[in-house]
Design a binder for this molecule. Structure first.
Ligand code: NAP
Length: 473
């Protein structure tokens, strides 16, 4: 059962603000109210942009930004239990996964602090052309301006950290709109930034109707960049509507993994069972489509299915739970419908439990046009399909509109390198589930999965602009 009932106000211009209206936050598991948050509208969002623009009028030096980022990392460590519990309560994320997320946020802030200190331009070799002879030139990296950040429910802390920390490292003030279902972790993070000494206006958090708040961020010219993580439907529309802004999109995937005949099948089965169902599959890089060489398909299933059956499904507040609830009933119904529609064979799970959870589900040999084969399930469901040649497997893996991360298990380095070159994804993992992510990596997608790279080093580049300085000697 959820254990906290938190009340939070909005954070705008260094003040915690009430509006007289509230957004209720409910546990996706028990339905209990776990918190309520003051509800923002257009007026509060405009005020937040005012505060951010004003804050940027007095730039913070890099050492100050880095110090604050390091302090936030420390506070996340000291308040680990509270942070993990908040994630678990509002998102229904099992404590095991919530603890990992809380620790990841420490790493995100730590790497962002490094980037704040390293942010530098480069020399331009001016005498490389006749026109440049007698001149010296270098670039400065300037903060792009106020950043509008919009984040999803599934990593309510760490995906917010991936917005706030690089923006501060880059010297940008932020107006953040977290997901309405999970605003508590974001507001807790804003509190930690405030306590770490961040001056007023550098971070502002507004919670409320998505289109109203989103419209303000799109329309206000002072917001120079939008950084969005969420669904493609919303993300690509935002980009269309904001042609003059930089719009960085981190979107969905239908994550494939290829298991070659020479792969370590135990390692592959272990990795798939751990990464297809964690947080009920509600991760953009949750393993969804497993392609196994036909020679070892049955041997793989023999190793994989018992591991799936052994997962603990239940209360996310329980430290032993592996798979908790989907975010809401609509999501649960959709996932059950997609399972019901498949032309493949359900070989594990396939149904709801009494408490409104969906059992970890494995579908063998679905049809290529089943939704579970070509759309993002975002639920505790994966498919297992046999193939005869590597060529065929790569073609199958590439056969969706998504391109975030993909993986291959093989003992052959040539096969691995061929897959790395031919899989059309932003990242390819070898002998590791494609759910793997670390903050020093560039992380992002191609095709419908997005147009940017996150990870503090890469996000800071996206949130700064180069200015060239030319000196006549
Ligand atoms: P979503 O429905 O697109 O929501 C994401 C955010 O956008 C929320 O804050 C939402 O606000 C807001 N939003 C919705 N409509 C909007 C509008 N018209 N204008 C401005 N903002 C709007 O996505 P989700 O269901 O929360 O997240 C799941 C998706 O995110 C999946 O596709 C997943 O793969 C993707 N994802 C990608 C990554 C990555 O790094 N590539 C990471 C995690 C998740 P409300 O909550 O108030 O509706």
């Amino acid at each position: 059962m959820a254990t906290t009932a938190t009340e939070r106000r909005l954070f705008i211009g260094g003040d915690w603000i009430e509006t007289g209206e509230w957004v209720e936050v409910r546990s996706p598991y028990s339905g209990d109210v776990v918190g309520r948050v003051a509800k923002a509208g257009a007026a509060e969002t405009r005020r937040a942009v005012d505060a951010a623009a004003e804050a940027m009028g007095e730039p913070l030096p890099a050492h100050k930004r880095a110090e604050i980022l390091v302090k936030v990392a420390g506070a996340l460590g000291r308040r680990h239990d509270e942070v993990a519990r908040t994630i678990s309560d509002e998102a229904g994320k099992p404590m095991k996964a919530a603890r990992i997320e809380a620790r990841r946020a420490m790493s995100t802030y730590t790497f962002a602090a490094v980037e704040a200190r390293k942010l530098a331009g480069e020399m331009v070799p001016m005498d490389a052309s006749q026109a440049g002879e007698g001149k010296l030139a270098f670039t400065l990296r300037r903060p792009i301006g106020v950043v509008g950040a919009i984040s999803p429910f599934n990593f309510p802390l760490n995906l917010v950290a991936h917005k706030l920390a690089p923006a501060l490292a880059a010297g940008c003030a932020v107006v953040l709109k977290p997901a309405s279902q999970t605003p508590l972790s974001a507001l807790l993070l804003a509190e930690l930034e405030e306590e770490a000494g961040l001056p007023a206006g550098w971070v502002n958090v507004v919670v409320g109707p998505a289109s109203e708040l989103g419209d303000m961020l799109v329309e206000d010219e002072r917001v120079r960049a939008l950084t969005f993580t969420g669904s493609g439907t919303v993300g690509w529309k935002l980009r269309e509507r904001a042609p003059k802004k930089r719009v960085n999109l981190e979107l969905g995937n239908a994550t494939p993994v290829i298991v070659e005949a020479d792969a370590d099948l135990d390692a592959a089965a272990q990795a798939m069972a751990a990464n297809a169902f964690s947080f009920a599959g509600q991760s953009c890089i949750s393993v969804q489509r497993i392609y196994v060489h036909r020679d070892v398909r049955d041997a793989f299933l023999e190793r994989f299915l018992p591991r799936v059956e052994a997962l603990n499904v239940g209360d996310p507040a329980d430290e032993d739970t592996d798979v908790g609830p989907l975010i809401d009933d609509g999501a649960r119904q959709r996932v059950l419908e997609w399972i019901g529609e498949t032309k493949g064979k359900v070989v594990a799970g396939g149904e709801a439990t009494g408490e409104g959870l969906v059992r970890p589900t494995v579908i063998a040999e679905p049809a290529p046009d089943d939704k579970v084969s070509c759309e993002e399930v975002f639920g505790p469901v994966c498919t297992v399909t046999g193939y005869d040649s590597l060529e065929e497997a790569i073609e199958l893996a590439n056969s969706t509109r998504y391109g975030l991360q993909a993986g291959i298990f093989t003992a052959n380095v040539r096969t691995a390198l061929r897959a790395a070159q031919e899989l059309e994804f932003g990242g390819v993992t070898v002998n590791e589930a494609p759910t793997f992510r670390a903050d020093q990596m560039p992380y992002g997608g191609v095709k419908d999965s997005g147009n940017t790279r996150e990870g503090p080093a890469y996000a800071v580049r996206e949130l700064t602009e180069e200015r060239v300085v030319v000196i006549d000697l």
